[in-house]
Design a protein around this ligand. Sequence first.
Ligand SMILES: [Fe+2]
Ligand SMILES: [Fe+2]
Length: 443
Amino acid sequence: MDRLHDEHYVRAVTRMGDERAVVTNQPIFTRNRIKLVNQGARVDSALFDRLVAHKLIPRIDECLDVENGITRQVLRDDARKLLDDDPALAVLRADPGLLGRTLRAIDEIPLTPPIAFKLTVAASQRPEVYNHSLRVTLVALHLAVKSFFLSQKELTNLAAAALLHDIGILHIPPDLLRPGRRLQKSERHHLYAHPISGYLILRQYAEYHPEISRTVFEHHERLDGSGYPRGLKGGEISRDAQILMLAEVANTVFESSPQSQNLAKLSVLLRLNHKKFNRDLGNRLIALVAAMQSGHREDDDHSTAFANLSRLPPRLDELAHVFSDWSETFRTFSQSTKNAATSLISLVIDERLAELRRTLSDAGFDLDQVEAVADAVSEDPEALVELDILIGETRWQLTDIIHEAYRRMSDALNDSAGMPLPPPILGWLERSETRLSQYPRYS
Ligand SMILES: [Fe+2]
Ligand SMILES: [Fe+2]
């Protein structure tokens, strides 16, 4: 757990101490049993340098009390407020039976004092993480109640995992996750580590281990093995993690704009990702978002899509180019390489791209005929909106494939010390990444 005692988290804790009373409930020592802080002392930014310089005993979450901390009552009130204030979530409270089970599950989430403390740090210093987690919890519970016959205890476990799924993010440098910030290759490992950090935090407490901790560990895995941290596949991934994944997808869609495109975005996203997510849960989510969106006006979507019309041909060309560049690279590379680990990576990329190409062609989007595609939609507002979203999602998919390749490459490098990256593959990854970074998502 030492790796979790990091500067970013200590910074967040001491900053919280500047805003409200954070007081030690026991003395804090260094590993060498030197007393650093007395019991009953107030902890704020003035203590940051002292706390961050040592490994602390006990752990920082275990020796601090905070004024107005998160309790189950606060969680329930915050969930209720989110349901009342956010029009997109209104449908979640329409069914009184379902609402009752949802709130009860939240009400029963086990909260050990150290985890309650951590949630208080999240709510006060990283409110976007706290609110995201609550929204994921509400959507996950809805999907679970509608899709499975679960006991109240099972729902409570799911609620706890959903609430705590991103708790490891509190240990990532907050700057990295600023909206609009593109992560550099060297920074991505911070992000990939957060399910592991979350697992390590929860593993310490019998209330969360092993079920809830496992769900948190697996929430970025994908059914086709393209996820992280372990690249698990299909049934290796727990039911609750499969629910969480889709609740996250829903939130990604809710958080992007314009809202009136949510349903179209979600269905494109699930169609392109049909190998990654549980199909029944995906359909359930579509039904939920359709209900959330019923009655919205579509005129705004159409005008946005027409405004993007002139950029369609270059965006389509660019996508087609990423694929054709790969075909050429793969052909040359597979003739020359003898290395098993890098061949495997190139086969994975090839398979993922072939799958994506197939899905796109099933959706009526033929990459060899981009001009015809652009012409066909230019007069049809519905088709234009859909193509606009499809392009955005395809770019996102390609970026995911590139990131997966880099992850697999660094794993392979760790296994066979010092093996150089194969230049042709690396070249394609870099060229494609640059190409795809030229337009923001949903531009
Ligand atoms: Fe998340
Ligand atoms: Fe996450």
